[in-house]
Design a protein around this ligand. Structure first.
Ligand code: SF4
Length: 153
């Protein structure tokens, strides 16, 4: 199985702060599956480090008040292209990110509060039939992958 993965979860230092969100359980998926790392914001040529961004009213703003929605849309399109090139039908994406978050995202006030919603890339991938899991859902994902493996045996 080829699985699209937020590169920061694999230890790449691509998050806005210049750090990563390295997650050993996500990395361990690579023992059985081919992981395809993506960072939509890096793909959109946003710098590292960069000001944090959040979604408000369907647009993306950084904490300087700049509207960077077009960059995020560009990153989303490039990520979808990679997913399709590799044939990834499953993605493991960083939770709450304005690009990668799925189901819950920060609320646009830069106060750490969250709301229901999807990041720009997560939404586009979902709209194109890709199943999305956050890093806290690895148990559920492993169960699904095991069940799928058994159904092929
Ligand atoms: Fe991680 Fe996604 Fe943010 Fe890139 S855009 S740093 S992959 S959460």
């Amino acid at each position: 199985m080829k699985i699209l993965v937020s590169a920061c979860l694999l230890g790449k230092s691509c998050k806005y702060s210049g750090g990563s969100n390295k997650n050993e359980r996500v990395i361990a998926l690579g023992e059985k599956h081919q992981l395809v790392p993506v960072c939509p914001e890096y793909s959109a040529q946003l710098p590292i480090p960069r000001p944090p961004a959040e979604i408000l009213g369907g647009r993306v703003f950084n904490n300087l008040g700049e509207d960077i929605t077009e960059k995020f849309l560009d990153g989303a399109e490039k990520t979808l292209y990679i997913a399709e090139e590799y044939g990834c039908r499953i993605a493991v994406l960083k939770e709450r990110s304005p690009s990668c978050g799925f189901g819950t995202i920060y609320d646009g006030t830069f106060t750490g509060k969250t709301v229901s919603g999807n990041g720009i890339t997560a939404q586009l991938l979902y709209d194109n039939g890709i199943r999305i899991f956050g890093e806290s859902q690895i148990d559920r994902l492993n169960k699904i992958l095991e069940d799928e493996e058994q159904s092929y045996e």
